[in-house]
Write a protein that binds this ligand. Structure first.
Ligand code: FAD
Length: 322
């Protein structure tokens, strides 16, 4: 018996969410008095793999096929399911990232495992039960889900669990999975849309809505984001109007994020918008309408014209940091 964690990397570099899931999985393995095995898919150096030891991985399986350097849901799911079978893992942890959202259900089908998607806390195991807390109804409620199957899959929401140092001497093993690479799908090319901080991973997000009036005013948001080391986001009408790219749209029909700090600027706070941001740890709203619904969920609010407030805020942050 073991706990298996899928540690996602991009071109040989781990994302922050990989260290979060390894830390989370380590705590589950520790509570179950068992070892933690990590699996990585695609080419990556031993040096990079060794980093997982810092967060408690006892063993790292490296499925290093060049053909798997680009993501393929079915091939990656096969590799993870194979690793779970061979390591006799009955708990499998993934990040509920873009790729994890597709992978976790695919692995669950292969293993006939119950799944909790979007967990936000460690499982409770009192009385022989295995219960996992997750967000429900687009983040407006919590659900506690009991997993009854022998094999259990949990995908953890990014930014929901802290990274915990847990230095362990790690063994790195090459892993040859069955059925890989994928014979049905072949990714020919990947073009990255941005080199900036990835939105789901960002700890601080500066987000703009229709209150900014037009794309010509976005420079003030970008200046604020640069001063804070933040990613930028927007409401749906803003991306629909082409003021900002679609990959910045957050909400029910966009990306769901849970940064430590979310700044909603010129955003009314419609329920569909909040569905994607309400699990942010701290929300700051800037809006000229004191009755805007965003203030009901905001921890801090500034009533004022964003075009005047934001540059002053940026100046103050720069002065503070300087
Ligand atoms: C099925 C469905 C799915 C949807 N999914 C999403 C989604 O995923 N994400 C999303 O965002 N929306 C979504 N929407 C749209 C959503 O209902 C709202 O229409 C949208 O969020 C409003 O965007 P907004 O806050 O930018 O604009 P508005 O609602 O127009 O609000 C603009 C705000 O800016 C303030 N303002 C104006 N001028 C200034 C100024 N100078 N300074 C400061 N404040 C100012 C105003 O007081 C107002 O509160 C969805 C809608 C539907 C029906």
């Amino acid at each position: 018996m073991a706990v298996l964690v899928y540690a996602e990397h991009v071109e040989g570099q781990f994302k922050k969410s990989a260290f979060e899931v390894v830390s989370y999985a380590k705590e589950i393995a520790r509570n179950g008095n068992t070892q933690l095995v990590a699996i990585c898919v695609g080419e990556i150096s031993d040096e990079a793999l060794g980093k997982l030891g810092a967060y408690g991985a006892d063993k790292v399986l490296a499925a290093r096929y060049a053909a798997l350097n680009t993501f393929s849901s079915s091939a990656y799911a096969s590799a993870i399911a194979d690793a779970a079978n061979r390591e006799n893992a009955d708990i499998i942890i993934l990040s509920n990232s873009f790729s994890g959202k597709g992978l976790a259900p695919a692995v669950s089908v292969k293993l006939n495992a119950g799944i909790v998607a979007g967990a936000i806390d460690l499982p409770k195991t009192e009385g022989g039960k295995f219960i996992v807390k997750k967000l429900a109804f687009s983040g407006k409620a919590f659900a506690w889900v009991e997993l009854l199957s022998a094999k259990k899959i949990i995908s953890l929401n990014p930014n929901s669990y802290r990274i915990v140092d847990s230095p362990t001497s790690t063994i790195i093993e090459s892993f040859e999975a069955n059925n890989t690479p994928d014979s049905k799908v072949s990714v020919k090319e990947v073009i990255r849309s941005t080199d900036k901080v990835s939105l789901p991973e960002a700890e601080i997000v500066v987000s703009g809505g229709r209150g900014l009036k037009g794309p010509e005013n976005w420079a003030i948001l970008e200046d604020l984001a640069a001063a804070l080391g933040a990613a930028t986001a927007c409401s749906k009408p803003v991306s629909d109007a082409g003021w900002r790219p679609h990959e910045e749209h957050v909400g029910q029909t966009g990306i769901v994020i849970s940064p430590n700090l979310y700044l909603a600027i010129g955003i009314s706070g419609a329920i569909q918008h909040l569905a994607g941001v309400s699990s942010s740890k701290t929300i700051v709203a800037i809006n000229k309408d004191p009755d805007a619904p965003i203030f009901k969920v905001a921890d801090y609010g500034i009533v004022g014209d964003a075009l005047e407030v934001v540059p002053k805020l940026t100046q103050a942050i720069k002065a503070f940091k300087g």
